[in-house]
Design a protein around this ligand. Structure first.
Ligand code: HEM
Length: 83
């Protein structure tokens, strides 16, 4: 195993492939749907993490900009892609 996220050995998580593929699909859809960008007026401090056992990034602001018009996205999700 490259990472211990899913445990290892006989007790390794049996859902790891489902989980990894689900994450891949979800992230790919997010990146396809939105441009996720740093705000010019609020630069992100990439060194700011919480000082705990499981550290996470300090809060920061971003812009999430739809790549496709929301109405068209809704239509694609309900009627399927017709282009
Ligand atoms: C990001 C998602 C997931 C993470 C990080 C994760 C992580 C883990 C970890 C750390 C264990 C314990 C391993 C050990 O005891 O040494 C575990 C066990 C388990 N996981 Fe996952 N898991 C995830 C998703 C899933 C999914 C999607 C399923 C089922 C569809 C699943 C089913 C199980 C089962 C049944 C066990 C118990 C295995 C056993 O004790 O023999 N997990 N998981």
């Amino acid at each position: 195993m490259k990472f211990i996220t899913y445990g290892f050995g006989r007790r390794v998580c049996p859902g790891l492939h489902l989980a990894n593929h689900s994450l891949y699909i979800s992230l790919a859809l997010l990146l396809w749907s939105f441009r996720i960008v740093q705000r010019p007026d609020a630069p992100i401090n990439t060194h700011a993490f919480s000082d705990v056992v499981t550290p996470h990034a300090a809060p920061f602001k971003i812009d999430v900009i739809p790549r496709v018009k929301v109405a068209k996205l809704r239509a694609m999700m309900t009627d399927g892609c017709t282009d």
